[in-house]
Structure formats: structure tokens, C-alpha cells
Ligand binder design. Structure first.
Ligand SMILES: [Zn+2]
Length: 425
């Protein structure tokens, strides 16, 4: 199957009337200026598939439910733990399938699932200790998108090493070896990678950080809240970034998520080691985390990616322009990121270990997202600037590995709005 794009984002620019030839799920040729063709026509602007580099699928159940009485952080956290306590593998499969379906409709062709909901509510393993991870892998397959399962080491409740309690017992594997043995049994495939995560310096004792160094991809939450920095300084005498660096964790295969509250030295360390940084602007807004130094990190050498994290919103356009717009609010100046840089962050599949995806070029996986340029939101926008106008509602067609999974705004596999409504009822 081949495709014809009215406009296509090829490299870092727009081309017109682009024939995108596909074989075996990969792009074999990209030819601009072709008008006569029998290929499947994609109207509007065709972008590479988006990579959602940070997801907790179960948080989708919180959307629109944490703002009562104005909604404090604790309103959110209490509800998050109650959802975390209620799911079993079947329920998690149904929820994740619907959420990944919503991602597909938004143009996301690969998700990085930061997975720590491992065990029974009392902490005992399921008969298959990877039943919950298997549910997530199956959900991504049903939704037609690729997944990197970032199986998460989560051992302690505080930086001081307090044991897990309550619903957190579901997250833990007892010790590092318990986690490593369980993760080794997970199966990768052509559309699923198994990666690793350490939840945070709060949840992983420093003595295990070195054991994780060198695994790739490796993700971690970093300095999302000032309190984490303060506890880390009190216990270890340094910032979380410095602690990770001392233990060899900072490197190009590692992605730090949020990186909101950093010192100048932290920014230099993340940049000089080529560590990736995943920003989650819509979640950071929703949780009142603050605005991370995205421009400074990128200028220092950190490769940016984007995630919808808590899924308060699933909209890669909103995340991408959030990088620029948040910088504008923080600095009272416009013009920090080009559209090409924003699209680069939104399509950073390498952050999830997929180095053969993320651009419309021969040899890459055939992931394509068609965006209407004729909607009430996008009419009149220049194709090269449409990322500042479009929302996920403007995605009409999505191709993953050469297969059409969204056709005219509908998922080809199942009714996503009905599936979400049923599972969230
Ligand atoms: Zn997270």
C-alpha cells in the first residue's frame, strides 16, 4: 500500500504532492511533485507518527474527576491511588485498550508505558507475575500501536527508604533481583519493546541505581516536585540529578521525565551526558508542578521528547506547542522553539528505543498522520505552522507500520468512544 500526501513533513520542511511508497511496513521511497497516482490519498498535512514517551494508562480514569472543590494535589492523588487499587488484569486490559485507542485517534503510533502496577492489591504476585504487563502489551496490539513497556523498579515509599504501604504494595518486587527476574520473562516483538524504568530517587534506593545504569531505554521521574529535591539533599547531600550521575545513570539511552525543578548544574549534567528529557506540559499544568527549563535543556544537549503522562489531555499538538507556550509565559518572550523542533520532540521514537521511526524517509517504519487543514481550527493556517493551530480532533487518518488504523477519524479496529465510555462507567 502506498500513500499520496497533499503536504508532507519530510525532514524539517514541507513538501507538496508527495508519493510515499511502502513495502513490508516500511517507507521505500518519498517523491515530491507527483500528481497522477493510484495511491491512497491523504488530504491536508501528513506528519510522521507521534511518540507518546510517557504514559500511565490507568490515570485516564481520573480525567474530569479531580477538580471538585477546586481540586488540590491530594484530591488527585487519593483518586489515583483508589483507581490503582481497583484494577485487575482484565480490567486493566479493557482500560488500556480504550486509552491506546484514544491515542491512535490522536496520531500517536507508539506509546511508552511507564508501568508499575504489577501485583495483586496485597502485593502478592499473580499466577503469571507479568499478567498486568501482558495486559498492556495486548492492549497496544488491539489498538494497533507499538509499545515500549517501561517496566518500573519501585521499592520504597520515601527517599529515606520507608517500606511500601497500602496500594503501593502492588508496585514493588521486594528487591532488585525480584524485579529483574520478573522483567526478564517479558516477551518483545516487532511491535513491542521491553524497556526499564526506575520510578524516582524516592522509590529506588541509591545502591541499586548503578545496577540499572546502561539498560536502554531507561526512563525515570526526575525532580517533578521540589520536595523530592529537598529530601534527596537531606539524605544524600546532592540533587537527584547529581545522585543519578554519580551512579552512571545519565547517558543517551536514559530519559528523565519532567525535569521541572533543576539547578544550573543539573541542566549542564543532563545536557553534557546527552540524556533525554521527556516533558509532559499538559500534566505538569494540571498537577501544578511548574514549568521545566525545556529550552535550556535542549540548548545544553538534552534530546527532548513529549508525553501525555496522566492523560488529563491526549493531544500531541497541545503537548508540542506547550513547550513553546510555557516558555513564553515563563520568560515573557516569544520564539524559543521552531515548529521543526516541536515536531521533532513530538516524534522522538528513539526515546522509546525505536531508532527506525519518527521521520517520513525511506527505510523508516511507515507511520503517517494526516491532519486536516480545512477544519474550523486549521482553516487558513500555513501547513508549516499548522502544529500551532491543530488539535487531535483534526487527525483524520493514521498509518502504523504501513497499516491504516484510523480512517476518516474512526479507529478501524473498534469503537473507541464506546470502549472508553464502557470501561469508565
Ligand atoms: Zn509519570
Amino acid at each position: 500500500m502506498s500513500f499520496h500526501a497533499e503536504y508532507a513533513w519530510t525532514g524539517a520542511r514541507i513538501a507538496r504532492d508527495v508519493l510515499i511508497e511502502v513495502a513490508g511496513g516500511r517507507i521505500t521511497a518519498v517523491t515530491p511533485g507527483v500528481t497522477e497516482t493510484t495511491a491512497v490519498r491523504l488530504h491536508g498535512l501528513v506528519l510522521p507518527g507521534f511518540a507518546n514517551a510517557h504514559s500511565h494508562a490507568f490515570h485516564r480514569a481520573l480525567r474530569g474527576r479531580t477538580h471538585g472543590e477546586r481540586g488540590s494535589f491530594w484530591t488527585w492523588r487519593e483518586l489515583m491511588y483508589s483507581v490503582a487499587g481497583a484494577l485487575d488484569p482484565d480490567g486493566y486490559f479493557a482500560l488500556a485498550r480504550a486509552v491506546y485507542g484514544e491515542m491512535a485517534l490522536a496520531g500517536i503510533t507508539c506509546v511508552g508505558e511507564f508501568h508499575y502496577l504489577h501485583h495483586n492489591p496485597d502485593g502478592t504476585p499473580y499466577a503469571d507475575p507479568n499478567a498486568m504487563g501482558a495486559a498492556l502489551l495486548a492492549a497496544a496490539t488491539e489498538a494497533g500501536i507499538r509499545i515500549t513497556l517501561l517496566d518500573t523498579l519501585y521499592l520504597t515509599a520515601t527517599v529515606d527508604g520507608a517500606p511500601l504501604a497500602g496500594v503501593q504494595r502492588r508496585f514493588g518486587d521486594g528487591d532488585f533481583d525480584g524485579w529483574a527476574t520478573r522483567v526478564a520473562a517479558l516477551q518483545a516483538s516487532d511491535t513491542a519493546k521491553i524497556g526499564a524504568a526506575l520510578h524516582s530517587v524516592r522509590a529506588v534506593p541509591a545502591k541499586f541505581l548503578g545496577e540499572l545504569a546502561g539498560r536502554t531505554p531507561l526512563h525515570l521521574h526526575l525532580s517533578e516536585q521540589r520536595a523530592e529535591n529537598e529530601r534527596c539533599k537531606a539524605v544524600h547531600g546532592c540533587t537527584p540529578t547529581e545522585l543519578l550521575h554519580r551512579n552512571g545513570v545519565l547517558q543517551p539511552g536514559t530519559t528523565a521525565v519532567h525535569a521541572t525543578h533543576l539547578s544550573d548544574a543539573d541542566i549542564r549534567l543532563l545536557g553534557s551526558t546527552g540524556t533525554g528529557v521527556c516533558m509532559c506540559p499538559t500534566t505538569e499544568r494540571d498537577l501544578a508542578d511548574g514549568i521545566g527549563p525545556a529550552r535550556e535543556l535542549a540548548s545544553a544537549g538534552a534530546k527532548l521528547s513529549l508525553g501525555s503522562d496522566s492523560h488529563a489531555v491526549i493531544d500531541p499538538f497541545e503537548e508540542a506547542r506547550g513547550l513553546e507556550l510555557d516558555e513564553r509565559l515563563a520568560t515573557e518572550q516569544r520564539g524559543h522553539f521552531t515548529a521543526a523542533e516541536l515536531i521533532g520532540a513530538a516524534t522522538n521514537h528513539a526515546a522509546l528505543g525505536w531508532t527506525d521511526a519518527g521521520t517520513i524517509t525511506a527505510g523508516h517504519r511507515a507511520d503517517l498522520v494526516a491532519v486536516s487543514l480545512g477544519s474550523v481550527r486549521t482553516a487558513g493556517a500555513e501547513p508549516a505552522q499548522a502544529i500551532f493551530a491543530a488539535t487531535s480532533a483534526d487527525v483524520t487518518h493514521v498509518v502504523v507500520d504501513g497499516r491504516l488504523i484510523v480512517d476518516n477519524g474512526r479507529h478501524t479496529g473498534f469503537d473507541v468512544p464506546a470502549a472508553l465510555a464502557a470501561v469508565l462507567r
